[in-house]
Design a protein around this ligand. Structure first.
Ligand code: FAD
Length: 321
């Protein structure tokens, strides 16, 4: 039998491929990035990994808990914090810190967890252009390679670009995604006070969130990562560097930082967060197309993406035997 082809090596695609491989179903993962991980992205600056995409993850599903526990035992994941500050957009104006569920981080950056999950999988780094179906034989094809089934594990707008309109499953790809930008900045020393982990920012025109990257990683590096409002990101999608001065001004103002950073850069996320949510965790059509990812959830996030890929993998194992 032709292998299942999973297009997309973020956590949902890798989780799906993991289930298939463990059940003895041949699978190939194709991802256009140089590394796997998708939006659990990491950039290395001055030898330090910095999380540029997802800030952390939470655990509520027992099955995901088993995976995370294994990462923790092997030192790949760590409990970070359950409490963040709340800024109201003015310097010095802080609301009550907000306590929630435990946020998990990774000393090596969140991408290292996806790469660990992908251990032993067949992966290739190519950008897929078209998923098609032979009109006579009905055989599925991913850029010319035959497939028993094809999984698109990516945001709907990206899946729409590759899935041929003749597939019935294309009608499922209705979601849109909102953009953001991540400002990464490093200083010689930490001047914003020990004990700071991160803050939700309300009412600021430029920033929604800031994380202390050294605190979450556990190495204490004086590095902050701030995320832009959707409005600022949308205005600068064509030239992300144009958003940097406003983001840096807001960050230093809110945290009372007087020194200029030693380095800073902006990373663009054109498709950061799904606009919609779904009740189902995945789609598996009669046309052999599987769809999974973080928009197949009521709360889009890392855990939901893992669950979506895992449940699609189980459905494919049941179908393909
Ligand atoms: C800035 C930001 C902050 C976030 N913060 C949090 C957080 O704090 N907590 C949390 O739980 N979640 C957070 N998230 C969301 C979380 O990152 C996602 O829910 C999760 O990583 C989605 O995984 P996925 O596999 O569904 O999609 P993705 O990670 O987007 O994976 C899709 C993959 O498909 C690949 N791909 C796309 N098109 C093609 C093609 N044509 N050919 C080959 N490969 C292709 C891409 O390269 C990518 O690797 C955040 C996301 C962003 C962007």
């Amino acid at each position: 039998m032709d292998p299942v082809v999973v297009v997309g090596g973020g956590i949902s695609g890798v989780a799906c491929a993991r289930v298939l491989t463990d059940a003895g179903v041949a699978v190939t993962v194709l991802d256009r990035g140089r590394r796997l991980g998708g939006r659990m992205a990491v950039r290395t600056v001055d030898g330090h990994p910095v999380d540029t995409g997802a800030s952390y993850f939470t655990v509520s599903d027992d099955r995901f808990g088993v995976v995370v526990h294994d990462w923790q035992l092997r030192g790949l994941a760590r409990e970070w914090t359950d409490t963040f500050d709340v800024f109201d957009g003015s310097p010095g104006q802080r609301g009550e810190p907000k306590q929630g569920s435990m946020r998990w981080a990774s000393p090596g950056g969140l991408r290292s967890l996806v790469e660990d999950l992908a251990g032993g999988l067949v992966t290739e780094h190519i950008a897929v252009e078209a998923v098609t179906r032979d009109e006579h034989t009905g055989i599925l094809s991913v850029d010319g390679r035959p497939a028993a089934a094809v999984v698109l594990a990516m945001p709907d707008p990206q899946a729409r670009r590759v899935l041929d309109p003749s597939f019935e499953s294309r009608a499922e790809l209705v979601d849109e995604y909102a953009p953001t930008m991540a400002l990464l900045a490093g200083w010689q020393r930490r001047s914003w006070g020990d004990g700071f982990d991160g803050a939700f920012i309300n009412g600021d025109p430029h920033l929604t969130w800031v994380a202390d990257d050294g605190a979450r990683r556990g190495d204490g590096a004086p590095v902050l990562v701030a995320h832009a409002t959707e409005g600022l990101a949308a205005a600068h999608l064509a030239e992300p560097a144009g958003a940097e001065p406003a983001m840096l001004e807001a960050l230093t103002r809110l945290l009372g930082i007087r020194e200029s950073p030693s380095w800073s850069r902006v990373h663009r996320w054109s498709l950061a967060h799904p606009a919609g949510t779904r009740e189902r965790t995945h789609h598996l059509g009669d046309d052999g197309i599987g769809l999974c990812g973080d928009s197949w959830a009521s709360t889009p996030r890392v855990e939901a993406a893992w669950l979506s890929g895992t449940e699609l993998g189980a459905a494919l194992v049941a179908r393909l035997g």
